[in-house]
Design a protein around this ligand. Structure first.
Ligand SMILES: N[C@@H](CCC(=O)N[C@@H](CS)C(=O)NCC(=O)O)C(=O)O
Length: 215
């Protein structure tokens, strides 16, 4: 089998989630840089890989995919290495429930409405929209409370081992935590705060640094 290729950028939450899955499985891969926010848009031909012009896209042995969940499940099934989905039906359902919460409710709120608004807008010389951040923090509480209640005693979000739910959540929470109010809110959920520390120490996380961490 040839080395899989991930198309995207290291700053992206969804690209990092896929790279975390590859790293947890111990799969060598190539990251081909695609900057979706570049002036002039994505590189020519990229829409053939991803008609919605998002990142990541993925290719393995001529098999092309987009959508982080489809890519991550494929990686889990095709490659050797520790399983990233529980064998128990209820725990698997929890992983899908968490992925739904993270994609549909948490991503925009934690990443765009808090991290981008507080950190990125300020870095680029703009004035963060305080009303937008305040409204997002209300929704963020709902997201954090839901995730913490589903993880129970932990230590991972679903099941006995690290799963795709942890790998999807970590990149989102890592950016959220860059905003001071995000860090304070996360620290007020003790189960989630412990989970974040445990995730942050994993070799897969250390192997996939975000340029935001160095900024
Ligand atoms: N449904 C997609 C979402 C991917 C996504 O939203 N990626 C972001 C980067 S983290 C992106 O490409 N954003 C570009 C945009 O919003 O125009 C997936 O699961 O892969």
């Amino acid at each position: 089998m040839t080395e899989p290729v991930v198309f995207g950028a290291a700053y992206s939450v969804y690209v990092r989630a896929v790279r975390l899955a590859l790293a947890e499985k111990g799969v060598p891969y190539r990251l081909e840089e695609v900057d979706i926010f570049a002036e002039g848009g994505p590189p020519p031909g990229y829409l053939e890989r991803h008609p919605f012009a998002r990142i990541p896209a993925f290719e393995h042995d001529g098999f092309r995919l987009h959508e982080a969940t489809a890519i991550s499940l494929y990686i889990d099934e095709v490659f050797e290495g520790p399983p990233l989905m529980p064998t128990n039906a209820r725990a698997r359902a929890r992983v899908h429930q968490l992925l739904g919460i993270l994609d549909n409710y948490a991503y925009r709120t934690l990443v765009w409405d808090v991290f981008v608004e507080r950190v990125r807008v300020a870095q680029s010389g703009g004035t963060p929209d305080e009303a937008k951040i305040a409204a997002a923090l209300v929704r963020a509480r709902t997201c954090l409370a839901a995730v913490e209640s589903l993880m129970g005693e932990g230590p991972w979000l679903a099941g006995e081992r690290v799963s795709l739910a942890d790998l999807r959540a970590f990149p989102m929470f890592a950016l959220f935590r860059k905003a001071p109010e995000g860090a304070r809110l996360l620290d007020s959920y003790p189960g989630l705060a412990r989970w974040f520390e445990a995730m942050a120490a994993r070799p897969s996380v250390l192997a996939t640094p975000s340029p935001v961490d160095e900024a």
